[in-house]
Design a protein around this ligand. Structure first.
Ligand code: F3S
Length: 415
């Protein structure tokens, strides 16, 4: 791998152990994946922030790196933590967990990371440009950045993202190279795909089948836009990408005439295979892990909710009262941007929870066994990560459940 004189200087340890550790990680990955050199990155998004996943070993690793002089040199934003950093007591988080989680945030902040604690930094002003190289790590954020924004990132691990933030560069391989960004799988959709849950169910089905391929969608019924993607479509694309990254390892997809690279170039390879989708039923069936109608927690906002979603949820809950615990998870900056919507949701008895989500928070310790969500990604991970049963459906079904305490339409009905 070709290194600049500065990188060689770092690798020799002449700039201290913090920089040496960072360049060692980037070079090791580069060698594994055949990178010729490194590329500067415009921003970094760092996953592996929840103490639930990091544990004491991860926390010690961060403190050690910070003490070695690991200092971040490009804008770097943290993924969700294991709790709301301000209102953790309201969620019922244990003191011991909370103090360790705050310690994680302190170590990363000391290194120079921005404690945005969101998997949707693109909703709080971090929107990389088309073709910009970045190093992001949360899988739905990676999918969104690559596909909806047309930026270029591999799916970094927590330590490799931190390493990229410290040296300001990442190894140039995988999705940083234009030749790897063309689609190898054409997806022909022959059934209606309308709600965010439909897009999630579709994403689940595709991710399962294609693994880490680059899918190219045709027939999704999304209008072609000259300049921008409207809010509702944006929500759908986010749900699609998050689900494909969860059930498979899809880090980039294209939608014919909609996503930016497919509007500019022909992104479908001549030798692409074709998959046909005629129904979403199998996706809904797989994501509903329980026939039970009763739930303990309704959670929406995975990936983190946008302002538009908070406004829509407030609209739907205006004048109502929830009878089941309701979490709307979002970035703190998004929450602060729409205080009136937050007030309506909280007057109805819901909680607008910042900095965290139900997958990275220790919800099993909060007595939650049955969950309702409109996120295919959450429905996919929650049974394994948090040992809960799941009802999966639309935002309307989830909010109705929050109000009535029961999944609408009876146990057998999943759509
Ligand atoms: Fe984000 Fe948590 Fe979902 S990190 S994508 S809200 S699982």
């Amino acid at each position: 791998m070709r290194l600049t004189p500065e990188e060689q200087h770092w690798l020799a340890g002449e700039a201290g152990p913090g920089l040496r550790k960072a360049i060692e990680i980037v070079v090791a990955l580069g060698k594994i994946y055949g990178a010729e050199d490194t590329v500067p990155v415009g921003s970094v998004q760092i996953a592996g922030v929840s103490y639930k996943n990091l544990g004491d070993a991860g926390l010690a690793f961060l403190h050690e790196w910070a003490a070695e002089g690991g200092h971040i040199r490009v804008p770097a934003y943290l993924n969700p933590a294991g709790m709301d950093l301000h209102d953790w007591r309201k969620l019922g988080i244990a003191e011991d967990f909370a103090h360790r989680q705050l310690d994680v945030i302190e170590a990363l902040s000391r290194m120079g990371a921005v404690p945005a604690c969101s998997c949707a930094p693109y909703y709080i002003g971090v929107r990389p440009a088309l073709d910009e190289h970045i190093a992001w790590s949360e899988s739905s954020a990676v999918s969104y950045a690559n596909s909806v924004l047309g930026a270029r990132t591999n799916r970094e691990g927590g330590p490799s993202a931190l390493a990229a933030a410290i040296i300001g560069r990442t190894a140039r391989y995988g999705l940083h190279l234009p030749e790897n960004r063309r689609a190898d799988t054409l997806i022909e959709v022959h059934c209606p795909v309308e709600s965010e849950a439909d897009f999630g169910a579709l994403g689940y089905l595709i991710g399962k089948q294609v693994g880490n391929a680059v899918p190219y969608f045709r027939g999704l019924g999304i209008a072609t836009f000259e300049q921008h993607i409207p809010a509702s479509t944006d929500t759908h694309l986010r749900a699609l990408g998050a689900a494909m990254a969860a059930s498979g390892a899809v880090a980039l997809y294209h939608i014919e005439g909609v996503t930016p690279e497919s509007r500019r170039d022909n992104m479908l390879r001549e030798d692409a295979r074709t998959l046909r989708i005629d129904s979403l039923e199998a996706g809904y069936a797989a994501l509903n892990s329980t026939p039970l109608a009763q739930v303990d927690l309704v959670s929406v906002g995975c990936p983190h909710a946008s302002r538009d979603e908070l406004l829509e949820i407030a609209d739907r809950l205006r004048g109502k009262r929830v009878t089941t615990r309701l979490w709307v998870t979002t970035a703190r900056a998004t929450k602060e941007a729409v205080p009136h919507a937050v007030e309506i949701i909280e007057q109805a008895g819901g909680l607008v929870v910042a900095d965290t989500c139900l997958v990275v928070a220790p919800i099993e310790a909060l007595g939650i066994r049955r969950l309702a969500t409109n996120s295919a990604k959450a429905a996919f991970y929650a049974p394994g990560h948090s040992r809960v049963d799941v009802r999966f459906g639309t935002l309307a079904q989830c909010l109705e459940t929050a109000v009535t305490g029961r999944w609408p339409g009876g146990p057998a009905e999943v759509r």
